[in-house]
Design a protein around this ligand. Structure first.
Ligand code: PGA
Length: 250
């Protein structure tokens, strides 16, 4: 089986509507699908102006579809604005906004019921890596976040492994370290959901990925794509990443 490499941009709290549109219009020559998690304020305008190969996503949703949740946004709302997927469980949500696996699980279920695809982020912090708890921490994040999902639902989820210590630090995981962890994750998926799911599911890598380190990471057998923060904000570095990643098949 051969899979296209998946490239996902996570713009976080960056870019106005005008900046977002100007950026995505520069992607009109692409021949491979790429995904952008834009700020929710820019989703609708981007969806009206985007080139065909760009798929749009949100960076968060609430687990209820409407109600008294001041400042929150629902799956229905981001879908209405043009989102096809949502990033859930990002470490910035886990650490800065205290989201735990149970909370993330509720959001995932709601997103999937609302027909939004999910990118589930997991990752260990520096202390956990140093004290050799990585496998245990990731297993807990993975299974608790996907708790009670049907197989069909799990197949709508993309996993993004992002070591917390590598995010925004310019200290990416080494290719060998990344591969070992991705392979461990695929084995967990195999044990719980079987061979076909383990082969089909996308496991993306993230954390300080730049044009100069993308290839050594994407060539690892268990890295199916990348989630890019900082380097997705500049068109030059993002295009270089897309072009380099596009040379590989999985
Ligand atoms: P980074 O962010 O590429 O800036 O390290 C990745 C992410 O947070 O998804």
């Amino acid at each position: 089986m051969s899979k296209e490499v998946r490239v996902v941009a996570n713009w976080k709290m960056n870019k106005t509507i005008k900046e977002s549109i100007e950026f995505i219009q520069q992607l009109d020559h692409l021949i491979q699908v790429i995904s952008i998690a834009a700020p929710s304020t820019a989703l609708h305008s981007c969806s009206q102006n985007k080139p065909p190969m760009v798929s749009l996503g949100a960076q968060n949703i609430h687990f209820e579809s409407h109600g008294p949740f001041t400042g929150e946004i629902s799956a229905e709302m981001v879908k209405d604005a043009g989102a096809e997927f949502v990033i859930l469980g990002h470490s910035e949500r886990r650490y800065l906004f205290h989201e735990d696996n149970e909370f993330i699980n509720k959001k995932i279920k709601h997103a999937l019921l609302s027909d939004l695809q999910v990118i589930l982020c997991i990752g260990e912090n520096h202390t956990e890596r140093e004290s050799e708890q990585t496998d245990e921490v990731l297993k807990k994040q993975l299974f608790e976040s996907l708790f009670e999902l049907t197989e069909e639902q799990v197949s709508q989820v993309t996993i993004a492994y992002e070591p917390v210590w590598a995010i925004g630090t310019d200290l990416p995981a080494t290719p060998q370290m990344a591969q070992e962890t991705h392979s461990m994750l695929r084995k967990l998926i195999f044990e719980k959901w079987g061979q076909e799911m383990a082969e089909k599911i996308y496991i993306l890598h993230g954390g300080s990925i730049k044009p100069d380190n993308i290839e050594e990471l994407i060539m690892q057998p268990d890295i199916d794509g990348v989630l890019i923060g900082g380097a997705s904000l500049q068109i030059d570095s993002f295009l270089q990443i897309i072009q380099k990643a596009g040379k590989y098949k999985k």
